[in-house]
Design a protein around this ligand. Structure first.
Ligand SMILES: [Cu+2]
Length: 163
C-alpha cells in the first residue's frame, strides 16, 4: 500500500469535510483527540483525556477548563502513592514548553476532571469543553464520549508497581 503523509492542514480539511473535526488549535497550541470515558449508573464525575502540543517557540500553560456539562471542571494529576493507591489532586495548570507534547491517558498522569455531571456520559455523545491557555487564549473543543469498558493500558491495577 502506498501511504503518503498528509500535511496537517490537508488533514484538518479532510476531517471538517466530513464533520469530523477533532483537532483544534489557537496560535501555536494544538489540542488533539479530546474524549471522555462513558460513565456508569450513579457516577457523577468523569474524566476528559486529550493531547496537548505546543508547536511554538514560547512556553504556554493550560490554566483552566470549563464545560456546561459539569458543575466544576478541574485539571488533575494522578499518581501512585507510596502505599500503592492511585491518588489524584488538582494542579494549577499544565505547562507546555516549546515543542512539548502532553498526552493524557487513563490511569496515570493528567486528566481533566468533570465533577457534578448534569447528565450521564453515554458512548457516542458529544459535549463542549473550553480550554484556556495563558498565551494562546481559549480553545473550544467538542468532547466525544467513548466506551469506558474499552481496554487500555493503565486502566487496571498495575502489579509491577510493587517493589
Ligand atoms: Cu481527577
Amino acid at each position: 500500500m502506498n501511504f503518503r503523509p498528509l500535511s496537517c492542514a490537508a488533514f484538518t480539511l479532510l476531517l471538517s469535510a466530513t464533520a469530523f473535526a477533532h483537532d483544534y488549535h489557537a496560535g501555536d497550541v494544538y489540542v488533539d483527540h479530546p474524549y471522555a470515558r462513558a460513565t456508569v449508573a450513579g457516577q457523577t464525575s468523569g474524566a476528559v483525556y486529550l493531547t496537548l502540543e505546543n508547536k511554538g517557540k514560547q512556553s504556554d500553560t493550560l490554566i483552566s477548563a470549563q464545560s456546561p456539562a459539569a458543575r466544576s471542571v478541574e485539571i488533575h494529576t494522578m499518581s501512585m502513592s507510596a502505599d500503592h493507591v492511585m491518588r489524584m489532586r488538582e494542579v494549577s495548570g499544565i505547562e507546555l514548553k516549546p515543542q512539548e507534547k502532553v498526552v493524557m491517558l487513563p490511569g496515570n498522569g493528567y486528566h481533566i476532571m468533570l465533577t457534578g455531571l448534569k447528565t450521564p456520559l453515554k458512548t457516542g455523545d458529544k459535549f463542549p469543553l473550553t480550554l484556556t491557555f495563558r498565551q494562546a487564549g481559549k480553545i473550544e473543543t467538542s468532547i466525544w464520549v467513548e466506551d469506558g469498558k474499552k481496554k487500555d493500558a493503565g486502566a487496571s491495577h498495575d502489579e509491577h508497581q510493587h517493589h
